[in-house]
Design a protein around this ligand. Structure first.
Ligand code: FAD
Length: 458
């Protein structure tokens, strides 16, 4: 009997899943497999928030497979060894896998292909599972990837997306393939208290609700910090419980400027992926170096700690950093402000900030996180690399009534309106009421001068 293994990685869903469809088309039985990869653990990517969300995703995937007569097989160890072991146990002919973009994913694919071929099995790698448009599918005339978003987006928009695939009706899994117990969220310590629930079922529920009542106002409201009017689908896209192809198609069908503006954000996601796929070293090294001599843990330890704890004395930055700790998630505008403050106003190495984000973000994603940090640090793809976001004017613009700040910074709850963005300007009598909230750790003008000087020197 023809048997296929489907190795799930960042594509933990049954709907619109090309590897699963291809495996079921070709084989009588399949082994849906997830490997808890010890190399990913060793690299420090397995942090409590994402581990808990992953546990939800795996349980939901298993439940979906069981409802179709199958089940999920979970193993842990070296991913290549485990896939080969399962393939041998099932006497499988082939393995299906979604393409991914990091250096690690490329190496995994190469190792897997070599090991499987040595045993007479084939590896099939599928595009457009974790992206809407595959990295490399659109390129400029004279380069292997786009370094600027606008021309990328023009070509991306003109691509015809493949059809969306239904979830399978029935899934047959061979007897006797052992599985470890599924991980459970309850067993993970150190979670953010407001962490979202994971899984395809929850992701699809949120997507439906978003298309029905959120996306229409997206263009106008996406930067409204207090309104919290973005989709919050990022963790579901990161773990692949939602398909980017399906999300873009549905957003376009929802129509209007909201649908288009939302689809454009998925294009940003694809954009960063095609950069990282072409330049895997950009996960760690400057994509376009500005010869920065960043401040570090050694030279700016107290500032970095204040930033991590949300105690910089700049309310919108502190609100952002506290939201991150509480929810394992942050609004995009808050990410921009918190990151600009660290990399430019404090002139601290973007890698330190990126690492802290990855330690907490439930959607923490190598391509999106590192490339957005580089964008903000001015070492990435921003065409205005030396712009600096002012946390006071930005706070006033995107949180004009101070509601976002008061939500996350209880010390400032008694301060009304936009005055909350500059607590140091309050009259003495009012300042007494905000005891416990720190004075600014840096003067914005000094921070700006330091950054400009550094860039001119570079
Ligand atoms: P929506 O506004 O509803 O957008 C829909 C989807 O589009 C998002 O879910 C996301 O998949 C994608 N998207 C939106 N904005 C961007 C963007 N700027 N770049 C790439 N994709 C985008 N996003 C992550 O998924 N993981 C990360 O680790 C991550 N780190 C970031 C770090 C910094 C410093 C910055 C500035 C941004 C980062 N982002 C990251 C991008 C963005 O902030 C989040 O994707 C977004 O806030 C998620 O909220 P949402 O799902 O409500 O987004």
């Amino acid at each position: 009997m023809y048997v296929s293994v489907v190795l799930f990685t960042a594509d933990l869903r049954l709907h619109d899943h090309p590897p699963l469809r291809a495996a079921l088309d070709g084989a009588r039985q399949i082994v849906p497999l997830f490997v808890r990869d010890r190399r990913v653990d060793a690299a420090g990517f397995t942090v409590p928030n994402r581990l808990a969300f992953l546990a939800d995703c795996l349980r939901d995937l298993d439940a979906g497979l069981r409802a179709r007569g199958g089940r999920l097989v979970v193993r842990s160890g070296d991913v290549v060894e485990e896939v080969c072991r399962v393939a041998a146990e099932a006497d499988a002919d082939e393995v299906h896998l979604a393409a991914d973009v990091s250096a690690y994913a490329h190496q995994r694919e190469r190792r897997l292909r070599r090991a499987l071929e040595a045993e007479g099995r084939r590896l099939h790698v599928h595009d457009t599972v974790t992206t809407a448009v595959a990295p490399g599918a659109v390129t400029p005339a004279s380069a292997d990837h786009f370094a600027v978003f606008t021309p990328y987006f023009r070509q991306w928009s003109g691509q015809r997306l493949r059809d969306v695939l239904d979830a399978p009706g029935a899934v047959g899994v061979p007897e006797g393939i052992g599985s470890e117990e599924l991980p459970a969220r309850a067993a993970v310590a150190g979670l953010s208290p407001g962490l979202a629930e994971g899984g395809e079922t929850e992701g699809r529920r949120r997507l439906d609700a978003w298309l029905r009542s959120g996306v229409a106002a997206y263009e106008d409201r996406h930067d409204d910090l207090a309104g919290d009017a973005t989709s919050r689908l990022s963790p579901y896209l990161h773990f692949g419980t939602l398909s980017p192809v399906e999300v873009v198609r549905l957003a376009r069908r929802a129509g209007g400027p909201g649908g288009e503006a939302f689809a454009r954000q998925i294009a940003w996601r694809d954009f960063h992926r095609q950069v990282l796929a072409a330049r895997p070293a950009a996960a760690r090294a400057d994509y376009r170096t500005k010869q920065d001599r960043w401040r570090s843990e050694r030279t700016a330890g107290d500032d970095i700690q204040a930033w991590r704890e949300g105690r910089t004395g700049y309310p919108v930055v502190d609100a952002a950093m506290r939201q991150l700790r509480h929810e394992g998630w942050m609004h995009n505008r808050a990410r921009l402000l918190a990151a600009s403050f660290l990399a430019k106003t404090l002139y601290v190495d973007w890698r330190i900030g990126a690492r802290h984000f990855l330690d907490l973000l439930v959607d923490g994603d190598l391509a999106n996180n590192q490339m957005n940090w580089q964008w903000i640090a001015g070492t990435g793809t921003d065409t205005r690399p030396n712009r600096v976001l002012n946390p006071v004017t930005q706070g006033r613009r995107h949180d004009p009534d101070g509601v976002y700040v008061r939500r996350w910074v209880p010390e400032l709850r008694e301060v009304a309106g936009a005055a909350v963005h500059e607590p140091w300007r309050l009259p003495d009598a009012d300042r007494a009421r905000i005891s416990g909230y720190p004075d600014p750790i840096v003067d914005l003008a000094d921070g700006l001068a330091r950054f400009r000087q550094a860039r001119e020197r570079g």
